[in-house]
Design a protein around this ligand. Sequence first.
Ligand code: SF4
Ligand code: SF4
Length: 205
Amino acid sequence: MIISRQKKFREILRNLKEQNIFIIGCGKCATRLHVGGEPEVLEMEKGLKRAGKTIAGWTVLSSACSIPSWKEVLSQNPAIRESDALLVMSCGTGVAAISRFADIVYPALDTESLGGFSSDEIMEEQCNMCGECTVWMYGGICPIAQCAKGLLNGPCGGAVEGKCELDERPCAWDAIYEKLKKLGKLEYLEIIHEPRNHAKKLRGK
Ligand code: SF4
Ligand code: SF4
């Protein structure tokens, strides 16, 4: 699941120079996260109308990042052709997929990381897609995604009662320590992690 959050409404409005807007939501991650499903699309429609925009129409695609046929999307939503721009309430991949077919496409969300579900609980920010997965050394808790400073070689020392000093989320390193202790793998903490090779993020490397 891709984790994204809604941009501030005033930012969306500042970007949208066109008048006649068609809104597209996504029936997968954005719906599950309550940032781009039908209720949020309807809320966006209301807000844009209040701000003086014309709404050509709206739809929630079953999956914005995977469009088997744009022709079919158009036949089900002919108002797209009459609109000046599309506002897409999905992750960046959905925006990119739709941009292959449509000219003026604006994202309504900011895409942050990969998450998932466990026992129906939404797990946010589990992976930053770094291209070189070493999460086993951290007991399955990724410090790149979950430590506020992305520290690879241990905590910053600022946590208070298990909470991060920056934003009060649980300190990832506190959780890593507890998990490795439980697994009997505290020796993993002695592994020195070199600075990451960011070139590995490049496709085909
Ligand atoms: S190390 Fe962390 S950010 Fe990199 S791929 Fe593994 S889980 Fe994702
Ligand atoms: S308090 Fe913990 S989670 Fe926060 S920056 Fe320091 S090590 Fe990372």
